[in-house]
Write a protein that binds this ligand. Structure first.
Ligand code: C5P
Length: 239
């Protein structure tokens, strides 16, 4: 399988979301998972408590995806993404809803920074915890799938190359040449948590995903390493 090339800057496409509150928990998980998963996602709950020191420590164990989903004026977004890059991130997220001017700035920034080392800026389309009922009223005039396609087209025409989407939108986006990252990945026996639009790892990769974010099924498992291994193995064989 040509997974390795497709998931760059990670060697395998499973990204473990380190959605925990302490440095000790995060590094324990990172140590356990380092040779199994392709990278680690850290979000505001760790970044706000431990900042770039922790990002550096995690980055010593594997590529880091900083998922702070910036949605701000373009200059503030640029400064935040630069700070994430300097901390050691290989992937960062911004919101596609931040608009063309911000996204064009992100495209130029990705081009500049990725000359120093592999680096991607991903635009979040519509959160996977939203469905047609829970999506905010202003977005209810058309189906989520249509918003996702329009936002992806905006991302592309702004010059960016990657998005975060639900696995259920992969078929709509897979021929657009984007790097596609999907959370909302579950085996059928896993609990959904607050995710609404989910899919199994095999189906998501087959459907065109470049990388998959898996959080609670791995980190809340009794044996995170074994569960992460199950997710990696499932990329090759339907489970
Ligand atoms: O625990 P679970 O596998 O649902 O974790 C998914 C992770 O992906 C969480 O850290 C969440 O913040 C993130 N995420 C998401 N939906 C998006 C973007 C990121 O669930 N659209």
């Amino acid at each position: 399988m040509k997974l390795n090339q497709k998931s760059q800057p990670m060697l395998n496409p499973i990204i473990a979301a380190l959605d925990v509150d302490t440095r000790e928990q995060a590094l324990k998980l990172a140590d356990e998972l380092a040779d199994v998963v392709g990278g680690f996602k850290v979000g505001p709950r760790l970044c706000l408590r431990y900042g770039q020191e922790l990002v550096k420590e995690v980055a010593a164990r594997g590529p880091v995806f900083i998922d702070n989903k910036h949605f701000d004026i373009p200059s503030t977004m640029e400064a935040a993404v630069r700070a994430s890059f300097e901390a050691g991130a290989s992937l960062v997220t911004v919101h596609a809803l931040s608009g063309r001017e911000a996204l064009s700035k992100m495209a130029a920034l990705e081009k500049e920074l990725s000359q120093k080392r592999p680096f991607r800026i991903l635009a979040v389309t519509i959160l996977t915890s939203w469905d047609e009922h829970s999506v905010p009223g202003v977005l209810k005039q058309q189906p989520i799938s249509q918003h996702v396609v329009e936002l992806a087209d905006l991302v592309i025409s702004s010059g960016m190359t990657g998005v975060v989407c639900s696995p259920h939108e992969l078929d709509l986006l897979q021929n657009k040449g984007l790097y596609l990252v999907t959370p909302g990945i579950r085996f059928s026996m896993d609990s959904l948590g607050d995710q609404k639009r989910v899919m199994g790892p095999y189906e998501a990769i087959k459907g065109g995903a470049s990388a998959l974010v898996v959080g609670r099924p791995i980190i809340e498992s009794r044996n995170p390493r074994e569960t992460a291994t199950d997710y990696v193995m499932a990329l090759y064989e339907k489970k």
